[in-house]
Design a protein around this ligand. Sequence first.
Ligand code: ARJ
Length: 417
Amino acid sequence: MEGKIKDIKMADAGRLKIEWAEAHMPVMMTLREKYSKTKPLAGMRISGCLHVTKETAVLIRTLIAAGARVAWSGCNPLSTQDDVAAALYAEGVPIWAWHGLSTEEFYWCIDQTLIQEPTLTLDDGADLIFTIHNKYQSLASKIIGGSEETTTGIHRLRAMAADGKLLYPVVAVNDAETKWDFDNIYGTGQSSMDGILRATSILFAGKTMVIAGYGHCGKGCAMRADGQGANVICTEVKPTAALKAILDGYRVLPMDECAAIGDIFITATGMKDVIVKRHFEMMKDGAIVCNTGHYDCEINLGDLETITVSKKEIRPNCVQYTLKSGKRIYILGEGRLVNLVAAEGHPSEVMDMSFANQFMAMMFLAQNKSNLVNKVYDISKEQDQEIAALKLKTTNISIDTLTEEQIRYKTAYSEGT
Ligand code: ARJ
């Protein structure tokens, strides 16, 4: 069998987890049922590089049911759920993923998924697309297109496209309304709190929680931290985002002022060096610091190391750094996505829509293969509404419908006061 995982004996536990996810992903199950009959992805070889979670397993099973051949790796060294990887491997999915990969192993796993010479790629964070562009350019001519899950990845791909460097078309899954407006806000909000709680088991009420970045992910975190009774302070670099945070009822301060007052810090910016040496030096004894952005560069752990005298893992995913001053700082999940490292990522109900967009992106590419150009494609407004409508239908929620007259009214310009 192709692939490499931690331990096949974990497959039964993984299967149960996937079964649980399937029970909470009705849109994906509807798509699976529909397209397992027509197999629109027959002949497609999809190489995927995305967190190996129970929800991703539902996506993988759905792609296979629609006729694709799939080869998979995780997109983060610490986010793979080993039991889920084992279950997928046991059912014959070529998968190279285990928890705790070194950097070399991480790229080795990606390399293995490219042996099949994909026709489609599916990314979260663009590491697979970059590997193809940097190391396996000859594969690009056979690739119909790819998709990208997250904000950070899309920023980079748009920059590549603007420079004329993108070697094949890519669909911006993140930018679908049924992705960012749910996954990034409600998904990140809940799963980040979940990660912090599993790693620390602390009380949120009354704590000062500093959230760096008031984009969609930061907004979700602020909303949920506030709901638990924390005092939320946000940091921003973008004037409109800062104003939104203020009008949503939070304080906004520069990180240099937050550093000394925060009990818990969460970075959600997509930017490097958000928390650096001088911030660690200002922090209170016992400060908890974590990241929920895609890459692990937001908290500068190298800086922290230079002022640390000793380190110990005090709980799973919680490392105590004792500084020269005697002060203790706690880093969760090694500064990697706390929601995927210390918890299970976003809940299945949210990933249901994100992955419906991934699935539809693969279908779009396969069906339009001959008339695409090397640029970043947005998901259509129609697809967004279809996925949202299916989510409502499968959750048994009804909404109103406009009458003929109301539809006419919408665009009428003769009726006024
Ligand atoms: C798989 C997940 C999960 C989960 O959609 C989210 C996003 O944009 C990512 C940034 O890397 C993580 C991804 N995500 C969140 N939760 N992917 N399974 N349960």
